[in-house]
Design a protein around this ligand. Sequence first.
Ligand SMILES: [Zn+2]
Ligand SMILES: [Zn+2]
Length: 284
Amino acid sequence: MAVALSTFLTTCLEFAALYAAVYGCNVAAYFAVCGAIDYLNRRNPERRIQKTRRGDKRIREEIRHSLKSIAVTAASLSIGVFALLKGWTPFTPFELTWWTAVPLFLVTMVLFDAWFYFGHRLLHTKPFYKYHLLHHRSVAPTVWSSDSIGLVDTAICQGFYAVVPFILPIPPVILVAHRVFDHVNGTFGHAGFEYFESRTARHPWPLLCATYHDLHHSEFRYNFANYFSVWDRLLGTAHPGYDRMVAALEAEQAPMRFVGPPVPEPQRPARAPAAADAPAAPAE
Ligand SMILES: [Zn+2]
Ligand SMILES: [Zn+2]
């Protein structure tokens, strides 16, 4: 009995140490990636997606909510990694080689894309929208918006990391790599600036660019997917003007600046998004 209790306490302490490290790394990655993309935004003001809206007034609030929601994401990732390290999953993870790493990473992308799409659709239904409204208060998203999500919303969308090791023999490194990729992808997707317009980001390609999720924030009822546009196109939720907008951006975007001092924004009548801009009811 004493041995069992001691083993249990040791396991709890091991999990707590892992969770603290994962939360700390997530927070550090949040500030590092947001800071890097903000640097880029300040040098490429012509690339702003919503020309007359600004989300800057909400940044402090977005950071505050992000520090809470990252606690839930870190818990999900820690549960997945811990289960794998302890051998609690039904399968032994594949050995990590290039031959296993690349296909497994792609499989997790496809699985997460489906998980996110249907979880996100669920969050736009009447009973669940109250959990998602906080994220939609960022009508003009900023680099700091990606994790500005309610705790239930985060548990639904980011619970993937705690579940996938039980259905896929995935090494812990791939799970962590996927989380890093998702974090960078999500931050670019909320940056409010477009850097990835290209033919491959529109029909007939399944990929997408930042304008895709930005349209979800500005118009609410379209573009629920995260990595690929396939589910939106199959189920009729893709924004009807998205492909045309990307094609126009390919033709007119200014060259990117990576160095030099910040560039002032072109003068335009600014319209700050009010909280009331976010719909209080589900968008479906
Ligand atoms: Zn939404
Ligand atoms: Zn979003």
